[in-house]
Write a new protein. Structure first.
Length: 186
């Protein structure tokens, strides 16, 4: 009977769970049944590039938490990215975006850019993003893989143009170690 190294199996399992998390985000309920969620799984050199970019952002902005989170990215096996096409109108004319109608929202949007993301954002698209993220991290939690939702990863990914269609992106790094690297940190 062959013996398989536990660390290698943990690495493979974490990668498999990242894929299942992408499925959970895809199948999460969406407002009006319209799917504007975008997912990606990043590992290897591209994951390292995200960590490097976060380090640059820490230096540029003098925000130490970008560096702390960059270390988490580098120490993780894989990162799940979940974004949304949030600058698309929903069609309800609810006004939560700050405009009287979805038509006015759509005219204004045409790529307004903040420091990290594009806006304004349709409330319903933002809700869809949150539900997709919640569905994904539920999978990681059920399968005992350490994770944390990180805004700063999404900001770096947006800057790197890894998900050009997404107006807002969040990153979820995954780790299977003896103790959580995301909550037991300085």
């Amino acid at each position: 009977m062959p013996i398989v190294n536990g660390e290698e199996e943990e690495r493979k399992g974490t990668m498999d769970i990242a894929s299942i998390m992408a499925v959970a985000a895809r199948t999460a309920p969406k407002s009006g049944g319209v799917d504007d969620i975008i997912t990606a799984v990043v590992y290897g050199a591209e994951k390292e590039t995200i960590g490097v970019e976060m380090g640059k952002m820490a230096d540029e902005r003098n925000i130490k938490n970008f560096k702390r989170d960059a270390k988490n990215v580098r120490d993780s096996e894989v990162v799940v990215l979940i974004g949304v096409r949030g600058t698309k109108k929903f069609g309800l004319d609810c006004g939560a975006c700050g405009y009287a109608s979805c038509e006015k929202f759509e005219k204004v949007v045409k790529k307004g850019r903040g420091l990290d993301f594009e806006g304004p954002t349709c409330l319903f698209k933002a809700l869809d993003l949150g539900i997709a993220i919640g569905s994904a991290v539920k999978i990681a939690s059920l399968l005992n893989v350490d994770n944390r939702i990180m805004y700063r990863i999404g900001a770096a990914v947006k800057r790197l143009n890894y998900m050009p269609e997404a107006s807002t992106i969040m990153g979820i790094p995954l780790s299977a170690k003896g103790k959580s690297i995301y909550f037991d940190r300085g």
